[in-house]
Design a protein around this ligand. Structure first.
Ligand code: DCP
Ligand code: MG
Ligand code: MN
Length: 339
């Protein structure tokens, strides 16, 4: 087989990477963090190669590629497929797990509990399981939320939001974030930051929660609110679904309200990707600093078990570029923040 069989990707290892990424996604869904990381690193190595890696001997000498992964690389080069991946696709328990984990807000442990309880289909869940309101919507709209959103449609949701906000107060700004800002041709959901120069968080909250959101529901653009799946919401996030006029498909929408002073840190956080964020935060922590979605802090004191003993003092939060500078990281355009 030719390495470029199923892709226009100019990388000589494009097909191998494609298969390994599916394997990685599978382990990620299964909550196997160790294997997810191993595959991610292996794929990272393959991306940097300028020729097609076809044997395990060639593969095993490369960084982050052990014997097991090297054998898989050889198998893909020889057969154009990976047996292990095909097997996971055919496994009925895995299929049910994926079906249940496709429901909004449902993770591995909830999905497993339902399987243990003997449920196999979404109809089983509706008939027999105790469901939250968000889970009920997640089931009704399973198909919608599983469908990728074309870039142009993400853009149109952004424009709709911008228009609605401008009619309330022209000082507001809407920035479309997440995979869209990284330049993705399609996205899993739509992420937006809402801000207004000079306005504090309570002004933002009032306008968005008391005026904007009710209006957008009335206009039929917003369809439902959804519960935050993890961590406490400090009132700066809204999660739900939106739908363009004339469309039937509900899209997952995440709104983040950000005061002007915190825009830099929020831009970094909400641009991602999540792995890039994790590596930046780890770097900050190695330098005795702390990075979160509100800012970069220094003089963070850690205890014996490396737990932080204070919050540190704010160094920078307004400028994305300055946060990179202070961390000593060369500027990375959003489109390059893919790990
Ligand atoms: N984020 C993070 N850690 C998480 C979840 C999210 O740092 N555990 C940040 C980085 C993400 C951003 O929030 O890029 C948006 O989260 P999404 O889940 O919407 O992911 P993306 O927009 O990156 O991808 P998708 O197209 O799947 O929505
Ligand atoms: Mg997103
Ligand atoms: Mn999101």
């Amino acid at each position: 087989p030719s390495p470029k069989d199923s892709s226009q990707d100019p990388n000589p290892n494009a097909r191998t990477i494609q298969v390994l990424e599916e394997m990685c996604k599978y382990y990620d869904q299964m909550g196997d963090q160790w294997r997810t990381l191993a595959y991610r690193r292996g794929v990272g190595t393959l991306r940097k190669q300028d020729h097609w890696i076809t044997t395990k001997e060639q593969a095993v000498v490369l960084p982050f590629i052990g014997t097991r992964l090297a054998e898989k690389i050889e198998e893909i080069a020889l057969t154009n497929r990976l047996n292990k991946l095909e097997n996971t696709r055919d496994d009925p328990t895995d299929q049910t797990l994926r079906l249940f984990m496709g429901i909004y807000g449902v993770g591995l442990s909830q999905a497993n509990k339902w399987i243990q309880a003997g449920y196999h289909t979404l109809d089983d869940l509706v008939a027999k399981a105790k469901l939250t309101d968000s889970q009920k919507i997640g089931i009704e709209r399973w198909e919608d939320f599983a469908t990728r959103i074309p870039r142009a449609e993400v853009e149109a949701h952004g424009a709709f939001m911008r228009g609605a906000l401008a009619r309330i107060d022209p000082g507001f700004q809407v920035t479309v974030m997440g995979s869209y800002r990284r330049g993705a041709k399609d996205s899993g959901d739509i992420d937006m930051i809402i801000t207004k120069p000079g306005a504090n968080i309570s002004v933002l909250r009032t306008v968005v929660f008391d005026t904007l959101i009710p209006r957008l529901f009335a206009a039929g653009f917003l369809k439902c609110a959804l519960a935050t799946s993890h961590r406490t919401n400090d009132g700066t996030k809204w999660l739900g679904a939106s739908c363009l006029p004339g469309s039937e498909i509900w899209r997952r929408l995440d709104l983040l309200l950000v005061p002007e002073e915190e825009m830099g840190a929020a831009l970094i956080y909400f641009t991602g990707n999540d792995i890039f964020n994790r590596s930046l935060r780890l770097l900050a922590s190695k330098k005795g600093m702390r990075l979160n979605q509100k800012g970069l802090y220094k003089d963070v004191i850690k205890g014996k078990n490396r737990e932080k003993l204070n919050e540190g003092t704010l160094v920078e939060s307004k400028s994305e570029k300055k946060i990179f500078e202070i961390l000593g990281v060369p500027w990375r355009a959003p489109t390059e923040r893919i790990c």
